[in-house]
Ligand binder design. Structure first.
Ligand code: ADP
Length: 482
C-alpha cells in the first residue's frame, strides 16, 4: 500500500488536498521516533468514502445474499489468520504494546470475523399475532452506510467487533481510525482485497479526530455511528450526529471496580487483579482500575499486591515484558498529572514496578503504580486515568461495597470476588455496569459476550449476537388480506 493514502472503493487514494496538506508522522511509542506517515484526511476525503460506501450498499454489496456475505467475511477471517504474526508485529510497533498482547489482539480480530461470518444469515424478524385478516411480520434491515470511529488502544480488536458486525448485517462501512495508531487497519483493508470484499464495502480514511472524525460524525450520508473513546469526544460526536438524527453507539470507558470480599479465594484473585489493570498498560476501557477490599482482608491483600506490582517490568514492545509504553507523550503527561495530584493530596503510593534499563529515554514509559486509601471523592477514585494506576480503598460490608462500586459516573464493568453464592447473585444484580464478572475479571474477553456501558460509559452494545441488533433497524410490515 502506498504511504499516506486512504482506502476508498478498494483503491489507495491520495488525500483530496494532497500535497498541500502534509501527512501525519507515525511515532513508535517504544522510542518516540517517527517511522511512517499516514494521510491527513478531511471532509472531502470522508465525502468520497461515504459516496463509495453508498454505491456499494445500493449496488453489488447490498444485493448479496446473507450467506454470501458470511462467506466473504469468513474468507477475510482466514486471510487475517494467515497474516496473524505480521498483523501482531505492526500492532505492537504502532501501539507499543508487548508482542504477546498484540498477538492476542491479532487472534481476536480473526475470531470477530469468524463469529460474525457465521451469524450473517441467522438474524431474522418475527411474525406477530394480530387482528383477524392481517399478517404482520418484522424485518431486520441494515442501516446503510455506517461510520466507525476507532480509538488507538486496541485498533485490531475494536475494528473487528464493530466492522465485522456491521458488514455481516449488510452495511457498508466508513472507518476513521485513531491518528495515534492505524497501520494495522490499513493492512487489514489491503487483506480485504485479497479476500474478495467488493469495492466500497469497507473504506478507511485516516486523519485527526477534529477533521476527518468530525466530518464523518456530521456527514448527512451516514446512517449510524459507532464510537469508542473518551467521554468528552463521545459527547461531541452525539451532538454532531444529532444534527442528522443519526443513531449512535457509544463506548466511553469506565472506572471499573474489582471488589474483593474477605472470603474470596485469594490465590485466584491476585494475578487476575493485577492483570486487569496492567493489561495494555492500563489503556483499556474496561480496566479494573479501582480495588475495593473488605476491611478484614485489606492489609493482607495490599501487601501481596505490593509485591506483585514491584515485580512488574515495563519496556519496549519487542522485549515483550509485562507492560509496554503508553501510546503518546500526551497520554504520559495525563498519567503524570493524575499522579502528581495524588502526591499533592497525600494519597500514598504503596508500590511501583520498574521501567527496564533498555527502555529508551525518548519512549513513553510509566511504571505501574498501586495507590492505597484513595478517598472515594478523590479524582483518582472517580475519573479514568487510562494508565497503569490502581486506586485501592477498603469497605466494611456488602452495602458499603455496592455503594462504592456504583459511586462513579461510569458503569462499564465490575469484578466481584466472593465464595458466597447468594452474595454473588445480589451483587450481580445491584451493580450498575454493562458487564459483571464473578470470581474472574473479563472472562477472557470472548467475542461472544455483549459489551457496553451504563451511565456515562455509553449506550448500545457491541460484541456477541447483540451487536447485530445495533447494526440493523427494524421494519414492521402489516398485510391486510381479509
Ligand atoms: P484520545 O483523547 O485518547 O485520543 P479520543 O476519544 O479523542 O481519545 O479519540 C478516539 C477517536 O475519536 C480517535 O479516532 C480520534 O481521532 C477521534 N476523535 C477525536 N476527536 C474527535 C472529534 N471531535 N470528532 C470525531 N472524532 C474525534
Amino acid at each position: 500500500m502506498p504511504e499516506a493514502t486512504h482506502f476508498i472503493g478498494n483503491q489507495w487514494v491520495a488525500p483530496a488536498k494532497s500535497p498541500a496538506i502534509s501527512p501525519i508522522a507515525v511515532l513508535d511509542p517504544s522510542d518516540g521516533q517517527p517511522f511512517s506517515r499516514i494521510a491527513r484526511g478531511d471532509a472531502e476525503d470522508i465525502d468520497r468514502a461515504v459516496k463509495a460506501a453508498r454505491a456499494a450498499f445500493e449496488g453489488d454489496w447490498g444485493r448479496l445474499a446473507a450467506a454470501e456475505r458470511g462467506r466473504l467475511l469468513y474468507a477475510l477471517a482466514n486471510t487475517l489468520a494467515r497474516h496473524h504474526e505480521e498483523l501482531a508485529q505492526i500492532e505492537a510497533r504502532d501501539t507499543g504494546k508487548p508482542l504477546k498482547q498484540a498477538r492476542a489482539d491479532a487472534a481476536a480480530i480473526v475470531r470477530y470475523f469468524e463469529f460474525y461470518a457465521g451469524a450473517a444469515d441467522k438474524l431474522h424478524g418475527e411474525t406477530i399475532p394480530y387482528q383477524q385478516g392481517f399478517t404482520v411480520f418484522t424485518v431486520r434491515e441494515p442501516h446503510g452506510v455506517t461510520g466507525h470511529i476507532i480509538p488507538w488502544n486496541y485498533p485490531l480488536q475494536i475494528f473487528g467487533r464493530s466492522v465485522a458486525a456491521a458488514l455481516a448485517t449488510g452495511n457498508a462501512c466508513v472507518v476513521k481510525p485513531a491518528e495515534d495508531a492505524c497501520l494495522s487497519l490499513l493492512r487489514v483493508a489491503e487483506l480485504s482485497l485479497e479476500a474478495g470484499l467488493p469495492p466500497g464495502a469497507l473504506n478507511i480514511v485516516t486523519g485527526y479526530g477534529a477533521e476527518a472524525g468530525a466530518a464523518l460524525a456530521r456527514h448527512p450520508g451516514i446512517d449510524h455511528i459507532s464510537f469508542t473513546g473518551s467521554p468528552a469526544t463521545g459527547t461531541l460526536i452525539s451532538q454532531m450526529a444529532a444534527e442528522n438524527h443519526t443513531p449512535v453507539t457509544l463506548e466511553l470507558g469506565g472506572k471499573s471496580p474489582q471488589i474483593i470480599f474477605a472470603d474470596a479465594d485469594m490465590q485466584a484473585v491476585l494475578p487476575v487483579v493485577v492483570n486487569a489493570i496492567v493489561q495494555n498498560a492500563g489503556q483499556t476501557c474496561s480496566a479494573g482500575s479501582r480495588l475495593l477490599v473488605q476491611r478484614d482482608a485489606y492489609e493482607s491483600v495490599l501487601a501481596h499486591l505490593a509485591e506483585a506490582f514491584a515485580a512488574l517490568r515495563v519496556g519496549p514492545s519487542q522485549d515483550d515484558l509485562d507492560l509496554g509504553p503508553l501510546i503518546s507523550a500526551r497520554q504520559q503527561q495525563r498519567v503524570w498529572d493524575f499522579l502528581s495530584e495524588a502526591q499533592h493530596d497525600g494519597v500514598a503510593v504503596m508500590s511501583q514496578g520498574e521501567v527496564v534499563g533498555s527502555a529508551p529515554e525518548s519512549g513513553f514509559y510509566q511504571a505501574p503504580t498501586l495507590l492505597r486509601d484513595v478517598p472515594e471523592s478523590h479524582r483518582l477514585a472517580r475519573e479514568e486515568v487510562f494508565g497503569p494506576v490502581l486506586a485501592a480503598m477498603p469497605f466494611t460490608d456488602e452495602a458499603h461495597a455496592v455503594r462504592l462500586a456504583n459511586g462513579t459516573p461510569y458503569g462499564l464493568a465490575a469484578g466481584v470476588w466472593t465464595c458466597d453464592g447468594a452474595r454473588q447473585m445480589r451483587l450481580a444484580r445491584s451493580i450498575r455496569a454493562g458487564q459483571v464478572f464473578i470470581n474472574n475479571y473479563g472472562a477472557g474477553g470472548g467475542v461472544e459476550l455483549p459489551f457496553g456501558g451504563m451511565k456515562h460509559s455509553g449506550h448500545g452494545r457491541e460484541k456477541g449476537f447483540e451487536a447485530l441488533y445495533g447494526f440493523t433497524t427494524l421494519k414492521t410490515v402489516a398485510i391486510r388480506h381479509g
